[in-house]
Design a protein. Structure first.
Lengths: 246, 270
């Protein structure tokens, strides 16, 4: 594995959104300051939020030392739930990115004649999917919980959570990448016989993927499968009654 | 004096070395035989033309040289490396222009060349100066900051050519290299390939423009239905076709058994 190639490919992949956004370039290179500003901002805000919650934690304990047990328990529950949360929204976000890209005719497959292995290309693609919102949120969550854990004395739990959160996000992106590869093959085969209908095929199989994923997820987590899924969709629709779905 | 003799002996020796060696190469796509037990040796420093009608197996043969297609049997050796064993090492040493290059459309021309230079491990200074030289030579200066999606086919071809030349490879594999190029750029590429030949660079090119092959190539191989039908210099091909004063077009049509052009045209005019 040539890690330099992976880094070069990530830089290239991150620019794939330009055509989706219809961006017109005015400079040769993207500004690094602007690129990293978002992550720097997430880090600072995360540290600040963590510190604020930490101070609240300390002041609560100072007021009532009996709260220590329940506060620690709450904190542990939050830490435990974060990886699942990150897995779900990273998956949703990276899948939406793929759906958005699929509407634009562009090549983001590495030129196969260059000295790049498929392993380097796949890893770069998985990591590149994480840039943007998923990585910003991970930076925010990581900095917030580590900052908070200093006040709560749970640094080990927080660091472990950060590692698992990173693994969850990577897993989500890897699932999206596998799905993308399968989709490209399937749509490629369909395209030959159906032409433009392949775009709809891509859209519909993305939706099917989500539905199947949610069935599996709710079955594993709640053991109720379809019923739980339908209940959540219905309750969500009721909550946002003002949106005209149909 | 002795140094001169030794140098000339070394040069003679180099010219006998094979840059590319295919032995008994066979490739089948389900029912279709794409390459039918081809043996081919291309000498170092040679410009070799691979010709043939559509579907004759040229592109499959070229892709085998890069390790992009695995032969069902036989061996492919490029610059002393077994392609099947180490395709990345082979790709590192050669420059390739595919028939229809799919470039990253969302990158600017300069970003794409920068990326290619990085992948080939070029030093920043050297990469920058060569990119600028090539952009100037191919009259792409002023457009290098535009996205490739806004380029014409000819401009994309120029970018593909520059990316193949950039790291100064020892072997160039060019599939229709002059496709879409304006006359000036086509002339630059032809002259450039000649200069590279003097420096010992081997070029294997596939083209349908027979005049270019005749003018540019030291030796020509004609493929037909997966077989290497004829191989040699222009004079040798003339002898094989028994057409002593003819050009490559007549030789090609005779050897590939497709000289019924007149009858086809008459049929179409009916």
């Amino acid at each position: 594995m040539n890690w330099k190639n992976v880094a070069h490919l990530i830089r290239v992949d991150r620019k794939a959104g330009r055509l989706v956004r219809g961006q017109k370039l005015t400079k040769y290179r993207d500004s690094r300051v602007i690129t990293y500003l978002l992550y720097g901002g997430a880090l600072v805000i995360g540290l600040a939020v963590g510190a604020l919650v930490g101070m609240f934690y300390e002041s609560s304990l100072a007021t009532d030392p009996n709260l220590a047990g329940s506060l620690d328990e709450t904190l542990q529950s939050v830490f435990l739930s974060l990886p699942t949360l990150v897995l779900i929204y990273s998956l949703v976000f990276t899948m939406f990115q793929q759906i958005q890209r699929s509407g634009v005719r562009l090549s983001y497959q590495a030129p196969y004649w260059l000295p790049i292995t498929w392993e380097e290309h796949t890893l770069a693609s998985v990591l590149a999917n994480l840039f943007g919102f998923p990585l910003v949120s991970i930076v925010f969550i990581a900095s917030a919980i580590i900052s908070l854990s200093v006040f709560a004395g749970q640094v080990f739990s927080a660091v472990s959570t950060v590692l698992v959160v990173c693994a969850a996000a990577f897993m989500a992106s890897a699932i999206t990448e596998i799905f993308r590869v399968l989709q490209v093959r399937f749509v490629g085969a369909v395209y030959k016989s159906t032409g433009q209908a392949a775009i709809w095929v891509r859209f519909i199989d993305s939706l099917l993927f989500f539905i199947v994923f949610y069935f599996v997820y709710f079955y594993v987590v709640y053991g109720e499968g379809m019923l739980r899924f339908v209940e959540i969709v219905v309750s969500g629709q009721v909550a946002v009654w003002f949106v005209p779905f149909m | 004096m002795w140094e001169l003799c030794i140098a000339s002996v070394v040069m003679m020796g180099l010219s006998d070395l094979s840059a590319v060696e295919l032995k008994g190469v066979f490739k089948r796509y389900s029912e279709i035989v794409a390459v039918d037990y081809v043996d081919l040796s291309v000498k170092a420093g040679e410009i070799f033309g691979l010709l043939g009608p559509n579907g004759s197996g040229k592109s499959t043969t070229l892709k085998m040289l890069l390790g992009l297609v695995q032969p069902d049997s036989g061996s492919v050796n490029v610059l002393g490396i077994d392609v099947q064993k180490d395709p990345v090492a082979v790709k590192q040493k050669l420059g390739y222009v595919p028939e229809s290059p799919r470039l990253y459309e969302f990158l600017t021309g300069i970003e794409y060349l920068d990326f290619v230079g990085d992948v080939y491990g070029m030093q920043a200074e050297e990469k920058r100066s060569r990119i600028n030289e090539y952009l100037r030579g191919f009259q792409l200066e002023g457009r290098e900051g535009d996205m490739i999606s806004s380029y014409s086919e000819g401009m994309k071809q120029k970018i593909a050519l520059i990316s193949a030349f950039l790291h100064r490879p020892k072997l160039l594999i060019l599939d229709e290299p002059l496709s879409g190029l304006d006359p000036r750029s086509a002339r630059i590429v032809k002259d450039f390939l000649h200069e590279l030949k003097v420096q010992g660079v081997t070029t294997i090119m596939s083209t349908h423009v027979l005049e270019i092959a005749q003018a540019l190539c030291d030796r020509i191989g004609i493929m037909y239905r997966g077989k290497l039908l004829a191989l040699g210099t222009m004079d040798e091909l003339r002898q094989m076709a028994k057409l002593p004063d003819s050009g490559l077009e007549d030789i090609f049509l005779k050897l590939t058994g497709t000289s019924d052009v007149k009858a086809v045209v008459e049929e179409l005019l009916k």
